[in-house]
Design a protein around this ligand. Structure first.
Ligand code: GZL
Length: 314
């Protein structure tokens, strides 16, 4: 009777606030959206890892809107989930809702993207890539690849979602790297919102405005793949007439790299699920976790893509 009563009240002993009525941890997750191949792979990793870990996952897709993420987080607070995790679509504007989670004594984990809050007690940890490094590695490859070019080397840039950590940081890292030589010049830069469709549309505009583009730096594979469609429609050869650098290394990007349509990709792993679930369990158990968990990544040339493709997980 005691066990039944305990179960009925949802008080499974110790897991304060669990909405499931049994011992499993209840995790509320707010996802950015489904804008890219990276995001799809990231969602799959989170859902499969929660299943594997026996964690009850409440999942909400915000369709790239901050107000939807804030609404989802408030719902999770009202449902008294055990842990909240989310990938902030943009860096700013989170303090109020994170303070509400803190006041409700529900721990928060940031995944994939960071927030610019000055108060880092509002979240337990941030697990994700070093986006500045991804931009830097992209720029360093270009500087090396064009070392003998007389210049100017004219670059157009497809930026990620305006205000997002990956867009801000990749731009910063790339800019710092190409500052090594003034022959490198970014002649146009605009957001392609991390999507193929917008990347194609903006690249079409770049091609209409400039007939001397040497390089495209796209903050993710999907915008690069959209741009390739525009480049080919303009009668140019991607990877030859215009050197293309992207970030992510999702399957479609790696295929284009192996096919010679992209020249270099800096990896950004979406497979954060297993590490996230470990952190959820540690945080729920009241263990101290590192404030920052950086995911391990690499880079790919065309030859390396051919070798890696057969065993790529995403
Ligand atoms: C990076 C992630 C970015 C990817 C894009 O960690 O936030 O968002 O680079 C995705 O493909 O849309």
């Amino acid at each position: 009777m005691m066990v039944a009563t305990a179960a009925a009240c949802g008080d499974s002993g110790g897991s304060e606030g669990s909405g499931s009525g049994d011992d499993s941890i209840v995790l509320g997750f707010s996802q950015v959206g489904a804008e890219s191949g990276w995001r799809t792979a990231n969602t799959k990793s989170i859902q499969e890892s929660a299943e594997e870990a026996g964690i009850e996952l409440k999942f909400a897709d915000a369709q790239q809107k901050q107000e939807n993420q804030i609404k989802a987080i408030r719902n999770y607070i009202a449902q008294r989930v055990d842990v909240i995790a989310f990938s902030p679509v943009v860096e700013s504007g989170w303090d109020t809702v994170l303070k509400e989670a803190k006041d409700a004594e529900i721990p928060v984990i940031l995944t994939d993207r960071a927030v610019d809050s000055a108060d880092d007690t509002l979240y337990e940890t941030f697990i994700g890539s070093d986006f500045v490094q991804e931009g830097r590695l992209s720029g360093e490859w270009l500087v090396e690849e064009f070392a003998d070019a007389p210049g100017p080397v004219k670059i157009v840039e497809l930026e990620g979602t305006t205000g997002s950590a990956p867009a801000n940081d990749r731009k910063q890292g790339f800019g710092e790297a190409i500052a090594a030589d003034p022959k490198f010049e970014i002649i146009a830069s605009q957001t392609g919102e991390f999507t193929r469709a917008k990347g194609k549309e903006v690249m079409e505009a770049f091609l209409q405005a400039h007939n001397d583009i040497d390089v495209l730096f796209a903050h993710n594979d999907d915008m690069g793949l959209g741009a390739i469609e525009a480049i080919e429609a303009a009668g140019l050869v991607p990877g030859q007439d215009i050197t293309i650098i992207t970030i992510d290394a999702v399957r479609d990007g790696m295929q284009a790299l192996a096919d010679g349509k992209i020249n270099f990709i800096a990896e950004c792993s979406p497979l954060l699920g297993p590490q996230l679930m470990e952190l959820v369990e540690q945080v729920h158990a009241g263990e101290t976790v590192p404030k920052r968990v950086v995911t391990e990544e690499t880079t790919f040339t065309q030859e390396q893509a051919k070798e890696a493709l057969p065993t790529r997980e995403y």
